[in-house]
Design a protein around this ligand. Structure first.
Ligand code: CDT
Length: 321
């Protein structure tokens, strides 16, 4: 059996604060049509694809922003996307803000089949930014205020393969790919909203695109998996968001990339069997991994310089020289 999929990376341009769900869902449907025209089996939408990236604003009253959350999925406003997916026979991945019936808020992504059925749900594990208002910033990044973290990185048997989901900041952490890779993940779907400006260290701004691809390409290669990284891009409420959505092969090579910061779909043929080229050779986990040496990865959170390690001055290291 050949396991070949056509996958579309459906980048969104900005969603402004006053854009309603109906307008946004119409844009998603237009991208779904483009995916269908390119014979896509699966179209991947970004993180928080139904609304503006609202964690850029502080509100004393957290419930002031509850209208940015979906209390059920699908709901009346998003149902047309599910219906169109079924009609076109194209599956999709969608990020949105989730409010559970008992009032928990998550940054969530779902995977939907070609029949419009829900195949899986993932809640963002690595929440970046800060918990409190930081007025010195030109914009906030309050994901740690508006969301609770998810507690599981899991895979789903779907689209002829083993699929995983991660959301935005998750992609910067090598643990994300490895935990998915250890479950046999062959295709990781990752939506993002990445401000180009990083207020705590603006020297990183010019490297935003480089870092975006660096982490996803290395995650793909080191775990022998395809990675689809999809942006919400462009100038959203005065904040520039990175584009450069891409489809990355298990070799680490980018095989398709968006060139605008607007609504744009690029697609690629994704041969899931190509993962074995890496999973069964250089990155044959069974053969080469040494988990007994990696214990600190799960027992420790922050850096702990081992007892007895002194930081010596360079001059002391080579008194002769
Ligand atoms: N949405 C999201 O996770 N964005 C982060 C910004 C990091 S700076 C707080 C990212 O990793 O791209």
């Amino acid at each position: 059996m050949t396991r070949i999929l056509k996958v579309g990376a459906a980048q969104l341009g900005p969603i402004q604060r006053d854009n309603n769900r109906k307008e946004v869902v119409e844009r998603l449907i237009a991208l779904l049509h483009k995916g269908a025209a390119e014979s896509c089996d699966l179209v991947v939408f970004p993180e928080l694809a139904l609304t503006t990236f609202f964690p850029r604003w502080w509100s004393e009253d957290i419930s002031e922003f509850d209208h940015f959350f979906e209390t059920e999925m699908p709901n009346q406003e998003v149902q047309p996307l599910f219906d169109k997916a079924k009609k076109l026979g194209v599956g999709f991945h969608l990020g949105y803000a989730e409010m559970t019936p008992d009032g928990h808020r998550y940054n969530t992504a779902i995977l939907v089949s070609k029949n419009g059925d829900m195949l899986g749900k993932y809640r963002k594990v690595h929440l970046p930014g800060h918990e409190e208002n930081e007025p010195w910033r030109t914009f906030q990044h309050l994901e740690r205020y508006y969301f609770e973290p998810g507690n599981e990185l899991k895979v789903f048997g779907a689209f002829d393969g083993v699929l995983g989901m991660a959301i935005c900041n998750d992609r910067r952490w090598s643990e994300t790919y490895r935990v998915l890779g250890l479950q046999g993940c062959e295709l990781a779907l990752i939506g993002y909203n990445t401000p180009v400006h990083y207020p705590p260290d603006p020297s990183q701004d010019v490297l935003a695109g480089f870092h975006n691809h660096l982490v996803m390409q290395s995650g793909a290669y080191q775990n022998g998996m395809w990675v689809v990284g999809v942006a919400k891009a462009g100038n959203e409420e005065g904040c520039d968001l990175l584009g450069e959505s891409s489809i990355i092969a298990p070799s680490g090579e980018i095989v398709a990339q968006c060139s605008t910061v607007e609504d744009e779909l690029v697609s690629a043929v994704v041969d899931l069997d190509m993962c074995a080229n890496y999973k069964e050779t250089l990155f044959d986990f069974d053969r080469y991994r040494r988990p007994e040496v990696y214990k600190s990865i799960t027992s420790q959170v922050g850096v702990e310089i081992p007892e007895g390690i002194e930081v010596r001055k360079q001059d002391d290291e080579n008194p002769e020289g």
